[in-house]
Design a protein around this ligand. Structure first.
Ligand code: PLP
Length: 432
């Protein structure tokens, strides 16, 4: 449905769906089907030839998932989206869509540990070289670029450092070479708008804030439609040369009548078709339900997290609070440029008592859940030294900057008094 509004509060409820023409149903239906009957042979042939877009098979597309995709694209200011079964699938596809064996991608060191593992091990074993660079100097991306660099990759608000990525600076470097910036915006939906700063592709783990209720693993890739793939045929061969996996289609040509969607259509019709990381229609429905309240939830997440950052800063048990509002100098300037005073809902802190204090703190929590997830409506906590970080290589551990007494919090939308009371009693249990 064409919708004029640019307001996220409205788009979150209306983009991509208006009452079901057949039944009048207001809530998006769950199309729990694998297949779709073709009207006749001509219709089927057109669908397969991409002359007409439509439903073929739920591995490649589904009407419930299509509502989710349209809503995500609208909220992000992109032209089209591809929903996937996890955030991991989204980050893998985002690179594999452009880079083949022998090619490389330059990525920020400040990444979620699972993304780091995917890039440093699994994709590397498949011949795709991901080069990690320190994002504090955007020029590091240029230095690591060569003739076979196909993309730059970064998290906008990387956890656990929470130092905002220089989106516009790195996107501008890439655009000179025909290299798109792919931005994982999982930690900052609605807070950071990567396309407004020159990113070409946005990636989400919808498992987190987008879904918001900790019910469904999911991911998405959103195409900004703002990148001129055709202008750089040597740099972007995957979109500019005949693709044997789709009867020789040259994606920038084949998809032109549909708009600037070559990247996202290729991801759906080749990677999703072949690798099959499709979301279930039921998970797409649950994610859509979550999105309806995303703008409201984010406001509360952010204000609660700010109150927690202020509270922890005054505690004797805490030696350091990691939150953009506590940053100074260039880091703070960047945080303010991109986050505009709304510093997200993730924060970390270091306990004076180190490893054992971290354990005592976690074990004393009553309201916060002790989980590896972030972005749930409930408040969550984890002690990386005894959990997530034990799986990382020493190099990756160093890059995260996490110490033995570090605790990560993902602040939920409960009443702030209850959140602070739980933190207060756990800090007392942790001791100095
Ligand atoms: N990107 C970020 C920033 C994440 O935090 C996560 C998960 O924690 C992922 C990607 C992977 O998403 P998923 O767990 O949905 O596969």
């Amino acid at each position: 449905m064409p919708l004029d509004s640019k307001h996220p509060e409205t788009l979150a409820l209306h983009a991509g769906w208006r009452a079901d023409p057949a039944t009048g149903a207001v809530a998006p239906p769950i199309y729990q089907t694998t297949s779709y009957q073709f009207r006749d042979t001509e219709h089927a042939a057109k669908l397969f030839a991409l002359e007409e877009l439509g439903n073929i098979y739920t591995r490649i597309g589904n009407p419930t998932t299509a509502i989710l995709e349209e809503r995500l694209a609208a909220l992000e200011g992109g032209v089209a989206a591809l929903a996937l079964s996890s955030g991991q699938a989204a980050s893998a596809f985002a690179l594999q869509n452009l880079a083949r064996a022998g090619d490389n991608v330059v990525a920020s060191t400040d990444l979620y540990g699972g993304t780091w593992n995917l890039f440093a091990n699994t994709l590397k074993e498949q011949g795709l070289d991901v080069r990690f660079v320190d994002p504090s100097d955007p020029e590091n991306f240029r230095r690591a670029t060569d003739a076979r660099t196909r993309a730059y990759y970064a998290e906008t608000l990387p956890n656990p450092k929470l130092i905002v990525f220089p989106i516009a600076e790195v996107a501008a470097i890439g655009r000179d070479y025909g290299i798109p910036l792919i931005a994982d915006n999982t930690a900052a939906p609605l807070l950071v708008k990567p396309f407004e700063h020159g990113a070409a592709i946005v990636v989400y783990s919808t498992t987190k804030y987008i879904g918001g209720h900790g019910t469904s693993i999911g991911g998405a890739i959103i195409d900004g439609g703002n990148f001129d793939w055709e202008k750089f045929p040597d740099r972007q061969p995957a979109l500019n040369t005949p693709d044997p996996s789709y009867h020789g289609a040259v994606w920038v040509e084949a998809v032109k009548p549909l708009g600037p969607v070559a990247y996202i259509i290729k991801a759906r019709t080749t990677l999703l078709r072949d690798l099959g990381s499709a979301p279930s229609p039921f998970n797409s429905f649950l994610t859509l339900q979550g999105i309806e309240t995303l703008p409201l939830r984010i406001e509360r997440h952010v204000s609660n997290a700010q109150a927690v950052a202020d509270f922890l800063s005054a505690r004797p048990e805490v030696t350091k609070v990691i939150h953009p509002s506590r940053q100074t100098g260039a880091e703070r300037e960047r945080a303010d440029k991109y986050l505009k005073g709304k510093y997200g809902a993730l924060l970390g802190f270091e306990l004076a008592g180190g490893l054992d204090a971290g354990r005592r703190f976690i074990d004393a929590l009553k309201l916060f859940y002790h989980v590896a997830n972030i972005g749930d409506a409930r408040s969550l906590a984890i002690h990386p030294a005894t959990t997530t970080h034990s799986q990382l290589s020493p190099e990756a551990q160093l890059a995260t900057g996490v110490t033995p007494g570090y605790v990560r919090l993902a602040i939920g939308i409960e009443h702030i008094d209850d959140i602070l009371a739980d933190l207060d009693s756990a800090l007392r249990a942790a001791g100095a």
